[in-house]
Design a protein around this ligand. Structure first.
Ligand SMILES: [Zn+2]
Length: 418
């Protein structure tokens, strides 16, 4: 037990007491005790008459660390960004994207100067749509600047309630492949939004057997499946004062999956892993480090068990960079199965998600994280860290690993020359 007022401090000689009094104006952390408050904790400083009140949203501290700041304007090797959103399916019902109509966030004329400045060989647009929408996306991007853009298709959930959905879905993938889709992308729709009646009824499991022909068709056509399952662990916990993503959830309350109406983080990932095990010929790229960047031992176990698994690092340098030693070991061990991605979204849509806001700054942060050993820097171009109040550390990867992560692993999966 610690005594509030140890007896020896009450019996200080007058000379020592004078020294302590003189030194009182120093810094708080090593300030001497203020004596004479009979019965009070001698280490306690006087509280302000009126406690300062500062809203969390107004608290924007600047680090006083004097540490090296390395600006990495261009990457060490040409980059394939496997995770961007340049288009979006226009119609969404309760979180499920439907139909063939598309919305476009940017066009190649706007993007190519940025790509050239930032050393980006290719952007992969994951949300390319289906059917005629997909054709339009490919015509707008891949056909205009060959090799600079690759487009992925998405499931045709509109047809989910039809009795021959499994066959229709497989045929839609075949059509997408014929017109040039580079792979299949699944949003977190599967497991969290898609229901038996599309937007009503019971949730449909990630491992529902009706999707088996979709996974198998992708394997047959050598189309990688880019799948987003679940979300950060904190999104499944109460959005209260102990939630490390409190501010993010306060800004995006619809990102919370806390409560009995949702499956747990663990259940979602278990269902995903059953799909991966059942379809060993299909290549699965798990978005956002499989939404297990907070638990690298767990995603490592998944990668050990399933050689058909890759991951991308998009929107998770915040997590990787706050555990730089474990992250570096992860990069070393899985250097052939990790892909560079940012989850970039062009403004104005990206303004809402600074960790994904497409621009020079975003890419420079990723390059700094991967290439330098800089310490304690912002993981997003924002005044307040948007995914949680912490900073990150660079992992300083060697050239041979950078080359694979920036480029070669993606080139191999997408069938591009190296
Ligand atoms: Zn994304």
């Amino acid at each position: 037990m610690i005594h509030a007022n140890p007896p020896h401090q009450r019996r200080l000689d007058p000379e020592r007491r004078r020294v302590l009094t003189v030194a009182r104006g120093g810094c708080g952390c090593c300030a001497p005790p203020m004596l004479g408050g009979g019965g009070k904790n001698p280490l306690q400083t006087a509280p302000a008459a009126r406690p300062a009140e500062l809203r969390l949203s107004d608290f924007q501290p600047r680090s006083m660390l004097h540490v090296p700041v390395t600006r990495v304007e261009k990457p060490a090797f040409p980059v394939i960004d496997v995770h961007t959103h340049l288009s979006w399916m226009s119609e969404t019902r309760n979180g499920v994207s439907l139909g063939e109509a598309m919305s476009y966030f940017a066009d190649p004329a706007e993007l190519l100067p940025l790509m050239d400045r930032k050393g980006i060989r290719t952007m992969v647009n994951l949300t390319g749509g289906t059917g005629r929408g997909l054709e339009e996306t490919i015509a707008r991007f891949d056909a205009v600047a060959p090799g600079r853009f690759r487009t992925m298709t998405e499931p045709s959930f509109e047809q989910f309630t039809e009795s021959d959905y499994p066959r229709l879905q497989a045929e839609a993938i075949e059509h997408a492949h014929r017109i040039g889709a580079a792979g299949l992308k699944l949003l977190k729709t599967l497991g969290l939004y898609l229901r038996e009646g599309i937007d009503q009824g019971e949730l449909v499991g990630v491992d529902d057997a009706r999707f088996a022909p979709m996974w198998e068709t992708c394997a047959a056509l050598k189309m990688p499946v880019f799948i987003h399952t679940s979300d950060p662990e904190a999104f499944f916990l109460p959005g209260n004062n102990s939630n490390e993503r409190y501010e993010e959830l306060a800004r995006h309350p619809d990102w919370s999956f806390y409560g009995p109406e949702y499956p747990s983080h663990r259940d979602l990932l278990s269902a995903r892993d059953r799909v991966i095990a059942r379809h060993p010929e299909t290549t699965f790229v798990l978005m956002h480090v499989g939404n297990q960047a907070e638990d690298l031992a767990a995603i490592a176990q998944c990668m050990e068990r399933h050689p058909n698994v890759h991951v991308d690092i998009s929107a998770r340098i915040s997590e990787l960079g706050r555990q730089p030693r474990a992250a570096r070991r992860f990069f070393e061990r899985y250097q052939d199965r990790i892909l560079f991605g940012t989850d970039a979204v062009p403004a104005p849509y990206g303004n809402d998600v600074p960790q994904q806001l497409l621009g020079d700054e975003l890419y420079e942060i990723y390059y700094r994280f991967l290439e330098t050993e800089d310490e304690y820097f912002d993981y997003a171009p924002a005044a307040v860290p948007p995914q949680g109040r912490w900073s990150i550390y660079g992992v300083g990867l060697p050239q041979e690993i950078l080359r694979k992560i920036y480029h070669d692993n993606a080139a191999r999966l997408l069938g591009m020359d190296r």
